[in-house]
Design a protein around this ligand. Structure first.
Ligand SMILES: Nc1ncnc2c1ncn2[C@@H]1O[C@H](COP(=O)(O)OP(=O)(O)OP(=O)(O)O)[C@@H](O)[C@H]1O
Length: 232
């Protein structure tokens, strides 16, 4: 299966004053097309750090990160922003929709940033909203939508640029149990359309949606955790 993103011996240390925190020990893993990967682990274990490396939001202290066959070390901030815009869709816990814009306008934004005409952006945004079954709420402002519906609009916004990699940081943490299932189903369906989807979560109930699990503990990432590790 085609590899969309990989980290190779990548580690991350944060320096604050005299203190150095090793957030991620040297880690090697691959993210493939048509795969939904859960990244699970206790608070402070390094999950978001791993996701941020994949999202080209931070550079590794050592090691390599490759996104769609492009190594990101050495890239300038502008080039990095381009890699993000072209290849990566982000979904956050708090949806991060723009309050004064309706669902359709929110989803159009990444396309307008890419310089696409508003006519084409509108068509593509409508199509993305249809994919997450939100075509009937396109003209609603975020405040008129439930948390689950807002998250589906946020997913449409992430997928409208047709990214190869979707990175989701606790996408279900603010949702009720019914919306959790709807949002995870949407992400699961997306992962079968040629995308690689990575989801950081604390919620072990999401296991049923995963093709594979990366367990992060104390900055060490490992695949195929035992039940004991997951539930300890
Ligand atoms: N910008 C930063 N500066 C300094 N330390 C940081 C920074 N970001 C994260 N850390 C530290 O790195 C470690 C790993 O943090 P990270 O956010 O990756 O964990 P996490 O598993 O995502 O946690 P949570 O589930 O609570 O969000 C923690 O000890 C955290 O305090």
């Amino acid at each position: 299966m085609e590899i969309v993103a990989s980290v190779t011996n990548a580690s991350k240390q944060y320096k604050t004053g005299d203190t150095v925190i090793t957030a991620l020990q040297p880690t090697t893993c691959e993210f493939k097309k048509n795969e939904l990967t859960l990244i699970i682990g206790p608070s402070g274990s390094g999950k978001t750090t791993l996701l941020s490396l994949l999202g080209c939001v931070i550079f590794p202290t050592r090691g390599e990160v490759t996104i769609c066959n492009q190594r990101i070390d050495g890239l300038k901030q502008k080039e990095l922003a381009n890699v993000r815009l072209k290849n990566i869709g982000f979904v956050f816990q708090s949806f991060n929709l723009l309050a004064p814009l309706n669902a359709l306008e929110n989803v159009m934004q990444p396309l307008l940033l890419l310089g696409i005409s508003s006519k084409e952006a509108k068509q593509r945004a409508e199509e993305a909203l249809r994919k997450v079954n939100m075509e009937n709420r396109m003209l609603n402002l975020p405040k008129m939508l439930s948390g689950g519906q807002q998250q589906r609009v946020a997913i449409a916004r992430a997928l409208v640029t047709n990214p190869s990699l979707m990175l989701c940081d606790e996408p279900t943490a603010a949702l009720d149990i019914k919306s959790v299932a709807v949002v995870m189903e949407e992400l699961k369906v997306l992962s079968t359309t040629g995308k690689s989807v990575a989801v950081v979560t604390h919620d072990l109930r999401l296991k049923q949606f995963a093709d594979r699990i990366i367990y992060v503990n104390n900055g060490v990432a490992s695949e195929n955790p035992t039940e004991e590790e997951l539930f300890h």
